[in-house]
Design a protein around this ligand. Structure first.
Ligand code: FAD
Length: 411
């Protein structure tokens, strides 16, 4: 059956790319984009970076929108249903429920992303925030503008970026992390230690290997009590302890959901006409021969486009494979990572101890390069991404990295 109505649930990066790809592929049927937030699709990475720094005096930070409402309505010819979440999916009747309405589809792309995890016991306490949406970012930014003593819980990307921005504003900041180093889950312990030094060189307090016992205060947060008994005074607590895929509304739909919506290599859920993309999708990545769920900008964008094309024409569906890639900005340094960190060996090819200078590390799996991390070497990282995709040998990757070290050293 040919597709007359494409419905996309989740109006953010993956959902937007799905809509754009459908039109680019020449689809001239109806498209409906359903989004829980009232805002048009906007870009999340700036929310923990430039958006928190902004110095607009009118107190109205600009939302980093991808496209105007005009573009959605006229250029992309999309029917927008914003401000209300989809609450159920009935794949037998091919219907999505949004409030009291039923939206019938021929093809469906699920792009509902992820929701920030709360710190248990902090509900209802003013001054405690997660950072996932632009509304969260407005609240955090207002607190930073007020000069808050800031405690960040979790030294992952988002927590560390918030800490860097708060320090840039000259605020007193402490980051609390349960693991021995920041970013450990993503880049491993050794590279996590190098990331630690970015915090400590910038006078951010870093408390690793401890957890939060309680966050206390009357109506507002006043202090954070740690598992070693120490107490941090705080006006603002930003919780960056990860996100969970937004799948609750799919209960009873028959889709396989377990830490993400399970999909095959073509992003198909196994249910007729239903595909998934972005942070919510757990798909089989042929390049690594394993199922993955990524929370990275690049893969969310690419998956959105691929899922829509496949949903519109299942017989010609193509698989989506990728070398995972993310970046993060801390204190003016750009951290970039490609591939996977669970490797047999890590070699730090280049690590200059000076602040702001470059660092390059490679991860070996068997006799191939499986991952690479750089700090302040933006032109190099994509070379490693290409090598991982082509399954380049470890020897070749290492000799390339060494040759680049020589070049960087003399320039
Ligand atoms: C603060 C922040 C900084 C980041 N920085 C970086 C970075 O530097 N580098 C990087 O690689 N990645 C970064 N990321 C990750 C990147 O932004 C995400 O990977 C990307 O946004 C995922 O896009 P998505 O469309 O899959 O999901 P999301 O962006 O999470 O969007 C999902 C949308 O679906 C909506 N939704 C949820 N449930 C429903 C429902 N039932 N019905 C309708 N709508 C629903 C949500 O409200 C949301 O708008 C950052 C993320 C955040 C939050």
């Amino acid at each position: 059956m040919s597709v007359e109505h494409l419905v996309v649930v989740g109006a953010s990066l993956a959902g937007l790319r799905a809509v754009e790809a459908a039109r680019k592929a020449g689809f001239d049927g109806r498209i409906t984009l359903v989004g829980a937030e009232e805002h048009l699709p906007y870009d999340r990475p700036p929310l923990s970076k430039a958006f928190l720094e902004g110095d607009r005096l009118d107190g109205a930070p600009e939302i980093p929108l991808f496209r105007s409402g005009e573009t959605f309505r006229h250029e992309l010819d999309v029917h927008l249903m914003l401000g209300e979440p989809a609450t159920a999916l009935d794949p037998e009747r091919k219907v999505v429920c949004v409030g009291q309405r039923e939206v019938a589809y021929d093809a469906l792309v699920l792009a509902t992303g992820a929701t920030a995890r709360d710190l248990p016991g902090t509900q209802g306490l003013d001054g405690v925030h997660t950072l996932r949406t632009v509304d969260d970012a407005v609240a955090v930014r207002a607190a930073l503008e007020g000069g808050a003593r800031t405690v960040v819980v979790g030294a992952g990307f988002i927590g560390s970026e918030v800490a860097a921005t708060a320090r840039k504003r000259g605020l007193d900041v402490t980051v609390v992390e349960t693991l021995p180093t920041p970013l450990q889950a993503a880049v491993g312990r050794t590279m996590g230690e190098i990331c630690s030094s970015l915090h400590t060189r910038n006078a951010t307090g870093l408390r690793c290997g401890v957890s939060v016992d309680s966050v206390e205060g009357r109506a507002r947060v006043e202090r954070v009590v740690l598992s070693d008994g120490s107490v941090l005074d705080a006006d603002l607590v930003v919780v960056g302890i990860g996100a969970a895929p937004s799948t609750g509304w799919l209960a009873g739909s028959g889709l396989v959901v377990d830490d993400g919506i399970h999909c095959d290599a073509t992003l198909w859920t196994g249910v007729e006409g239903v595909y998934a993309a972005g942070d919510v999708a757990r798909w089989y990545n042929p390049l690594f021969d394993r199922a993955m769920r990524l929370e990275h900008w690049t893969s969310a964008a690419e998956q959105g486009a691929r899922a829509a094309r496949n949903a519109l024409d299942p017989p010609t569906a193509r698989s989506y494979s990728t070398v995972p890639y993310f970046w993060s900005d801390w204190y003016g340094s750009r951290i970039q990572f490609v591939g996977v960190a669970d490797a047999d060996e890590l070699v730090i090819v280049d690590a200059d101890p000076d602040p702001g200078s470059r660092c390059v590390a490679l991860y070996r799996a068997g006799d191939a390069v499986a991952g690479a991390m750089t700090i302040n070497a933006p032109t190099e990282i994509m070379k490693y991404r290409g090598m991982i995709a082509k399954r380049a040998s470890w020897r070749d990757a290492l000799s390339f990295a060494e040759s680049r070290r020589a070049v960087a050293g003399v320039s």
